[in-house]
Structures are given as structure tokens and as C-alpha cells.
Design a protein around this ligand. Structure first.
Ligand SMILES: [Zn+2]
Length: 666
């Protein structure tokens, strides 16, 4: 006998054999025993979950020659022994007509069907039409069918199987009983695969079965198809095919999720190099970038769910976690382990980055490059702080009216490039601003602030909020004099609104060195002279500070700020002139970074130096430029008025470069 694929060989013949659709089979069995037969049925759901199978079982049950309750057929299940049942199983029953609506979708075919439907069944009780892919039928053809469904002859039953029930006209749907099929649960698929492999004498362990079931993704037929392929390529032992996890992975072109766990661990410690090494190893082994990205997206999705459902690595998944994570226990533990490294926000940000990367891979030439770039973004995204958090924490302690500065700085320009502020959708600006604003860590990286969030009582109040009120940093007030050159591109931007610089900034706080002279009075060049005189090599000092701060996890931005800063000595004061604005300074150089700097100096024997951090010396415009006149009620005006926008302008000297109006045009 010719080889029969598993999905066909093990196609259920009774309602009770159908896996994972109990809600459908129960209802149909009840309807059969009560003789309440509808004239139209719609079976909807994903591919390979038993729609057509159930349609055929129902057809058998309706046309079975043995009456329900008879000796050969004690229940409403078909007997599977009479001529009718056997013919339906073989697909040559005269009165059960299966039509592939994907190819017979036109009005002519349906008219033909409708005309034929008028005649009584040739032998059996019902004339049954099974329309597969019913959503493909044209509207005109559905209309031709409508009359038959409106006043159906007693002997007619239509069964429509579809993956897109919404594409079936409402007029048809309302005349049918609609059954929505569920995706088959992982455990159910594994159980069925286990039964089949025992029957077929296949040696396979549970991990391999779970992998097959996961690959099926809720579809029994898909899982069985992959199993078929795996059996075909499996080595045999004593005539018994042996399925292994490695072999199935190779077949599907997937890699073990171990590597994604590794990548996330590398992301967690900010190690771009480790991320790139891992992905390069996979690519060199011949894995496709798109497949890798797809699998990573799935993995991140599982991690996000694990986080949301508070699944811990050593707990057994129950409830929502078990429902939402249709993966093996081992994979659940893995997802929970990765999830434990990050916050929910971070995981969903990772997921959105990888989704975008996956989308982009579809139409990009340099796929490898884009995948690598996408993964690097995961590392970098950790240096981003949600703007809500930033504004929220800055909001109260800094006196709003006076603490503004419009010093354009690196941070600021990073802030306004690519920040588009949608107006109208009340919640939208914050979300979009988050992506555009690359800020320095807010005394704390997202991790630190997250840890702080987790232990709100102690850490948050002491570590997070004090620096802003009685900051340990000496901030020199800025002198606003020179006109800032506007970016040349600005003129071309249609929706640009100027930032209006406000009054002079005020120092946020003062440190031990607050008595030192205003750093502005230091001659620019004298620093190095006095450094030489005092025996300190400024370059060494700076390198040591940068190294010390880089060594602290999550202080990448502070290290960058120090790297960009210019160091100068005036007497016993080491002035560290940063390029960040006044408002950003306490955020860029947080107390932890400051402590690291001081201890680095002590190690170099420069502990006696007073350290003074100052904001960028680039001068802001004295004369507030009048904002471009925005028409009253216009989007531009709304954008400029938005408190979130105004705060962003103050904090980052951000400019509005682009406004997208998301309000409903109706
Ligand atoms: Zn029968």
C-alpha cells in the first residue's frame, strides 16, 4: 500500500477522536441526538485544526445508515462501518459533495450547485455540500446561494470551512450555525503525537515531540507534516526511525533558544561584542537572518508573557502563563529566566525593535547588517530612559520657571533629531518622544531605576530623589549671550517651532566645592598650565575617570559625558566642563558617577582636588526668538502648548521639527 501521510492516516473518524475542539464536538453530538440539524454550518479557525475533518464526521453521522441507538451505532457518532460511512471516508459518496471553493468560486459553479441541490439525495438521507475555503466564494456567487439557504429543502446541509469567517457575507452567516475552532493546545498536540509515534513504532523523546508540537503552532496537521518529514530523514535503529531534537531543528532551520537566552544575557550586561559574536556564529553556520529574527521575535514574545504573568524560572506555569505560553516546560523556564533580567517595558521595547527588524529584513539587501543593527539597538535601548520617567522625576524638585536652559548640546541635538510629536492623540506624544530622545541615564539606568521601583521604600527615596533637591554637584550658572546658530536644515522644515529660551538658569545645588570661583572666570587655556604646575596630567586624570565610570554597569552615558568633557585645573579645583546642558548635568553625571570619579582621583593621588562639574558653555541666545506665529487652533499651536512638549523643550533644548496630526480627519 502506498505511503499515506500521518495527517491522513490518523485523521479522526469520530468526534471523540478530534483533539482540542471539545466545544464543537459536544454541541454537534447533542444536536445529532436531539435531531436538531441546521441547514448551514460555518466552521472557522486556523489551518490544520480539524475543520474539514469535523465536517466529514458530521456528514457521516448525518448519513450513516444505522440509526442512533441501534446495536451498531449506540451513540450519535457515525458507525464507520456502513456503506455511507465508508464512502464518505474514501471521498466517493454521491450525496456528500466536497467543493474546493478556492477554485470553484464563481457564480456559474455556485448556480450549478444550487440547481443540483434541488434534487433529492440519490440514496442517503441528506445531500451535503462541504465548501472548503468558503471565504473565497465571490459575492455574486454567495448571493446565488442565499436563496437556497433562505428556504432550504429539508434534505440539504451546507458546511462551510474557512479561515476567514469575516469574509463571508453577513446574510449568509446569519443563516448558519457558526463554530469557531480553537488553536490546539501544545499538550494536546504532544499527546496525539505520542500516541501516533507509539503506533508507528518511532523512537522519539518528549523534548523532540514538544519541539514538533511547538513548530505546529496550534495546528495538528502542521505538526504531523513536520513529523512526516522528520521521519523521512531520520536515522533508523533496528528499522525504527529515531527522532532527535537536533535533527528536527535542522529540518526546520531553527536554532536552539539557548542562543537567544545568551543574546539577552549579553544585552543585559551591555555587551555589544558578545551579541554580535553570537549572531555571527549563527549566521556563519548557515542560518538565515530572517529565520533568526523570526525566532527571536517569538522568544521575546514568550519572555514578555512570562514577565507579564510573573512566571518564575522554578515555578510550574499555571493559569494565564500556561494558556499563553504554548511551549514546553523547559522553554517556559528559559523564557522566565530571560524575563527576570528585564522589566516589562524593556521587553516590550525589545520586542518592538525586533519586530521592526524582522519586517525590514523582508525588503533589505544587506540582511546581515540589518539584523546586527537591530540587535545592537537592543543594547543601546538600555541607555534610553522613558521620557515620562525623566519628566516625572525632574518635575517637582527643579524650579520650573527658572531652571530652563536652551543650551544646544550633544544631548539636545540627539534629543530633537527625529523627535516627531504627534498632536491630538492625547497619549501619543509621550510614546513617540521616548523613541526619539536619547537621554543620559537618570542617575540610574532603566535597570537601576527598575530596581529602585522594585524596592520603593528605601532605595527610591534616598538614592533617587535627593540628588535633585540638594544636589551634590556644583553647577555654574550659564551666561547667555551669543546667538546660537540655527541648524541650516531648519529653514526647510515646514512645521518648525522655535524654542523660546527662558530666563537665566539657576544652579540646582552646590557641592562641597561650592565656594570655588565661578568656573566661567577660569581662563580657558590656563587649565593645562596649572595642571602641569600641580603635577597632574589632565589626560591621565580624564582617562582614569572615564575608565572608572565605564566600569560601572549602566553608567555608559556618564562615561560618554566624561569622555566628551574637557578637564581643567584651577588651583585645587578640577573643573570638568561637560557638553551637556545645565538641566541635563545632574542626570548625566549622577551621584554614582561622581563618586566613581572622586575615587578614581584618589587612586591617582589627586584626592585633594575639588571636583566641579559644569554644564556646557555654549551660550544660549539672550534674546528669546519669537516663536513662529502659529495659527490659532492649528496643530502647530497645539503642539507648542502641550506640557510634555514644553518640558522637553526646556530640558533638552528640543525643537519641534515635525508634527504629525493623528487626529481623526472626520
Ligand atoms: Zn455508518
Amino acid at each position: 500500500m502506498a505511503y499515506q501521510v500521518l495527517a491522513r492516516k490518523y485523521r479522526p473518524l469520530r468526534f471523540s477522536d478530534v483533539v482540542g475542539q471539545d466545544h464543537v464536538t459536544r454541541t454537534l453530538l447533542n444536536a445529532l441526538s436531539q435531531q436538531r440539524i441546521a441547514h448551514g454550518y460555518i466552521f472557522s479557525g486556523h489551518r490544520g485544526i480539524g475543520k474539514t475533518t469535523i465536517a466529514r464526521i458530521l456528514a457521516s453521522a448525518l448519513n450513516c445508515r444505522n440509526a442512533i441507538g441501534s446495536e451498531l451505532r449506540p451513540t450519535p457518532e457515525p458507525c464507520n462501518a456502513c456503506d455511507s460511512c465508508l464512502e464518505i471516508r474514501q471521498g466517493n459518496a454521491v450525496d456528500v459533495i466536497e467543493i474546493d471553493a478556492a477554485t470553484n468560486r464563481g457564480i456559474d459553479e455556485i448556480r450549478e450547485l444550487r440547481d443540483a441541490a434541488r434534487y433529492r439525495p440519490s440514496r442517503d438521507r441528506y445531500k451535503i455540500y462541504i465548501l472548503d475555503e468558503a471565504h473565497q466564494i465571490t459575492d455574486a456567487a454567495f448571493n446565488a446561494l442565499l436563496k437556497t439557504l433562505e428556504e432550504p429543502p429539508d434534505h440539504i446541509v451546507f458546511m462551510m470551512a474557512t479561515t476567514q469567517p469575516e469574509d463571508i457575507p453577513q446574510t449568509i452567516r446569519s443563516r448558519c450555525q457558526h463554530f469557531s475552532f480553537h488553536a490546539v493546545k501544545l499538550d494536546d498536540i504532544v499527546g496525539q503525537l505520542r500516541r501516533i509515534s507509539d503506533d508507528e513504532a518511532i523512537a522519539v523523546d518528549n523534548a523532540a515531540l514538544a519541539l514538533l508540537a511547538e513548530a505546529g503552532d496550534g495546528s495538528m496537521r502542521d505538526a504531523l507534516s513536520i513529523m512526516d518529514q522528520a521521519i523521512a530523514s531520520a536515522p533508523t535503529d533496528d528499522g525504527k526511525p529515531m527522532l532527535t531534537v537536533e535533527q528536527i531543528r535542522e529540518l526546520m532551520g531553527t536554532v536552539s533558544n539557548v542562543v537567544y537566552e545568551e543574546i539577552l544575557e549579553a544585552v543585559n550586561v551591555n555587551s555589544s561584542a558578545a551579541v554580535l559574536t553570537t549572531i555571527s556564529r549563527l549566521l556563519d553556520a548557515g542560518n538565515g537572518p530572517q529565520q533568526l529574527a523570526r525566532q527571536f521575535v517569538r522568544y521575546l514574545r514568550n519572555c514578555t508573557i512570562a514577565k507579564i504573568t510573573s512566571l518564575t524560572p522554578d515555578a510550574v506555569a499555571t493559569g494565564a502563563a500556561a494558556d499563553l505560553l504554548q511551549i514546553s516546560d523547559e522553554e517556559r523556564r528559559r523564557a522566565a529566566r530571560s524575563a527576570a533580567l528585564f522589566t516589562e517595558e524593556e521587553l516590550s521595547r525589545f520586542l518592538s525593535i525586533m519586530l521592526r527588524t524582522f519586517d525590514e529584513l523582508g525588503y533589505r539587501q544587506e540582511q546581515r547588517l540589518h539584523l546586527e543593527l537591530g540587535l545592537l539597538k537592543l543594547v543601546h535601548v538600555q541607555r534610553l530612559v522613558p521620557i515620562e520617567e525623566l519628566l516625572g522625576q525632574l518635575g517637582s524638585p527643579v524650579p520650573r520657571k527658572t531652571a530652563s536652559t536652551t543650551t544646544p548640546s550633544k544631548a539636545a541635538s540627539a534629543a530633537h533629531t527625529g523627535t516627531s510629536v504627534p498632536v491630538g492623540a492625547g497619549h501619543a506624544p509621550a510614546e513617540s518622544a521616548v523613541r526619539g530622545v536619547a537621554t543620559s541615564p537618570l542617575r540610574a539606568t532603566p535597570f537601576q531605576s527598575d530596581q529602585v521601583r522594585r524596592t520603593p521604600s528605601a532605595a527610591f527615596t534616598s538614592a533617587a530623589s535627593t540628588p535633585m533637591t540638594e544636589g551634590s554637584l556644583a553647577l555654574a550658572p550659564q551666561q547667555a549671550s551669543a546667538e546660537v546658530k540655527r541648524p541650516s536644515a531648519e529653514a526647510e522644515r515646514p512645521h518648525l517651532i522655535d524654542t523660546t529660551p527662558l530666563a537665566q538658569p539657576v544652579p540646582v545645588g552646590s557641592a562641597s566645592s561650592s565656594g570655588a570661583p565661578n568656573p566661567r572666570s577660569l581662563p580657558e587655556a590656563s587649565g593645562y598650565n596649572s595642571a602641569a604646575a600641580s603635577g597632574f596630567d589632565l589626560y591621565t586624570l580624564q582617562s582614569a575617570c572615564v575608565a572608572a565610570v565605564s566600569a560601572i554597569k549602566g553608567q555608559g552615558s556618564a562615561a560618554h559625558t566624561l569622555e566628551e568633557a574637557s578637564f581643567a585645573l584651577a588651583g585645587d579645583t578640577l573643573e570638568i566642563q561637560t557638553t551637556v546642558s545645565q538641566a541635563m548635568l545632574p542626570i548625566a553625571i549622577n551621584p554614582e558617577a561622581e563618586r566613581a570619579v572622586k575615587s578614581a582621583l584618589r587612586e591617582l593621588g589627586a584626592g585633594r582636588l575639588h571636583v566641579k562639574f559644569t554644564a556646557s558653555r555654549v551660550k544660549a541666545s539672550t534674546k528669546p526668538r519669537a516663536p513662529r506665529a502659529a495659527a490659532a487652533g492649528s496643530v502647530e499651536e497645539l503642539a507648542a502648548k502641550h506640557p510634555m512638549v514644553q518640558q522637553a523643550q526646556q530640558l533638552f533644548a528640543a525643537e519641534i521639527s515635525n508634527i504629525i496630526d493623528l487626529r481623526d480627519k472626520n
